[in-house]
Design a protein around this ligand. Structure first.
Ligand code: FAS
Ligand code: PHB
Length: 391
């Protein structure tokens, strides 16, 4: 087998890259270790920046998103049960975000792959990268028990945090930065109407809580939980009660409870691996960086990487231009670090840290109180939340 771009991983990054390349007439093959049902069942992000919607439009997969996505002009911040709004549309001169689950984005992109006959190989096992620093790289893998080889010009490592691509960059050439947070997020998905028409991020003495949604009839909630907590310690009733406490009486009054259709615990970390390129290998998305989900940046940052990488690869094939490829890592990392900073800051502002002393708690409450009364502070928050302009 041979293609122009071998893409490892059929998450949002790999799938989006494949469709942007398809639209530009560049051939690619996607290698995904899991089966389609597993990939389409993953419950993850819920908020799309306008830049991500633009990319999905360019890839020609925005029809259902525009029909079903919920356009939001703002979100709420809660402080021990009292909430105030951050009017992102007014504060950013018109920018909005769209609430549309990553699960749906993935399904739309896979349907486009099928309709356009983009070679998407599910259950591709034992994927390994070879000769990435030569001009003839290739990927080996196993399909239906058969050893296969995929020759290519470039490899896009879109295989997430636990993938194999990042390790194909020699350790001596890699610099990694990591912070593991002393808590996780326990999330619940339920077919009940949301408690508010906006998302609510709540800092409560008992811990952080987030009220989100997937539609007018499907809600997504999270609470901060301890590192060692187990799902079996959190029956639905206990989780609904805790959410009502942490989100406060107003949100609780609007809350409809119901059986979880999904419940999971995710660890939180900040992670960046530099550089994003080695020879003919380019990393994008979670294979290169992880942010705590507080700022709703993970999926959007993956899309932002792909925007730069797709333009660079298309520029190479259309004009023989290598400038975009040579500048990819630095350009993508500039945005990665700013989004990582915002995600770390928003997490620090809203979560209870086990080692937080009384002064640190007072500082946290003072910062929230300052944001409540400052247009300048709210503008800073809003412009990061909607996604910084592309340089
Ligand atoms: P992904 O991890 O989504 O995709 C990588 C793909 O590569 C997977 O399909 C995997 O099976 C495949 N793969 C891995 N190893 C492979 C191998 N060796 N060979 C072949 N294929 C391989 N972001 C937000 O913005 N908001 C959120 O609320 C949010 N919540 C999250 C909750 C959880 C539990 C997690 C884990 C992440 C969350 N994120 C959130 C971040 C998440 O949405 C990621 O940023 C997003 O999935 C990144 O997309 P990809 O880079 O494509 O990586
Ligand atoms: C979600 O709906 O899953 C979601 C929304 C906003 C966030 C994080 C997660 O900041």
């Amino acid at each position: 087998m041979r293609t122009q771009v071998a893409i490892i991983g059929a998450g949002p990054a790999g799938l989006l890259l494949s469709q942007l390349l398809h639209v530009a007439g560049v051939s690619c093959v996607l290698l995904e270790q899991r089966d389609r049902a597993y990939v389409e069942a993953r419950i993850r992000a819920g908020v799309l920046e306008a830049g991500t919607v633009d990319l999905l439009t360019r890839a020609g997969v925005d029809e259902r998103l525009r029909r079903e996505g919920l356009v939001h002009d703002g979100f709420k911040l809660g402080l021990d049960g009292e909430t105030f709004s951050i009017d992102i549309k007014a504060l950013t001169g018109g920018s909005q975000v769209v609430v549309y689950g990553q699960t749906e984005v993935t399904k739309d992109l896979i349907l486009a792959c099928v309709a356009r006959q983009t070679p998407l190989i599910f259950e591709a096992l034992d994927v390994a990268l070879h000769d990435v620093d030569s001009d003839a790289p290739y990927v080996s893998f196993t399909q239906d028990g058969e050893a296969r080889r995929l020759g290519c010009d470039f490899i896009a490592g879109c295989d997430g945090f636990h993938g194999v691509s990042r390790a194909a960059i020699p350790e001596a050439l890699r610099e990694t930065y990591e912070r593991v947070y002393p808590f996780g997020w326990l999330g619940i998905l339920a077919d009940v109407p949301p408690c508010d028409d906006e998302l609510i991020y709540s800092n409560h003495a008992r811990g952080f809580a987030l009220a989100s949604m997937r539609s007018h009839t499907r809600s997504r909630y999270y609470i901060q939980c301890g590192m060692g907590e187990r799902l079996e310690d959190w029956p639905d009733t206990r989780l609904w009660d805790e959410l009502a406490l942490r989100l406060g009486p107003e949100a609780a009054a609007g809350m409809t409870t119901g059986p979880a259709i999904e419940k999971s615990i995710a660890p939180l970390r900040s992670f960046v691996s530099e550089p994003l390129r080695h020879g003919r290998l380019f990393l994008a998305g979670d294979s290169a960086h992880i942010v705590p989900p507080t700022g709703a940046k993970g999926l959007n940052l993956a899309a932002a990487d792909i925007r730069v990488l797709a333009d660079a690869m298309i520029g190479f094939y259309e004009k023989g231009d290598t400038e975009g490829l040579d500048g990819y890592s630095a350009k993508a990392l500039a945005r990665v670090w700013k989004a990582s900073r915002f995600s770390w800051w928003f997490t620090s502002l809203t979560h209870r840290f086990p080692d937080m002393d009384p002064l640190a708690r007072k500082m946290q409450l003072a910062e929230l109180d300052y944001i409540r009364g400052s247009r300048a502070a709210q503008t800073t928050m809003a412009e990061n939340y909607v996604g910084l302009p592309f340089g």
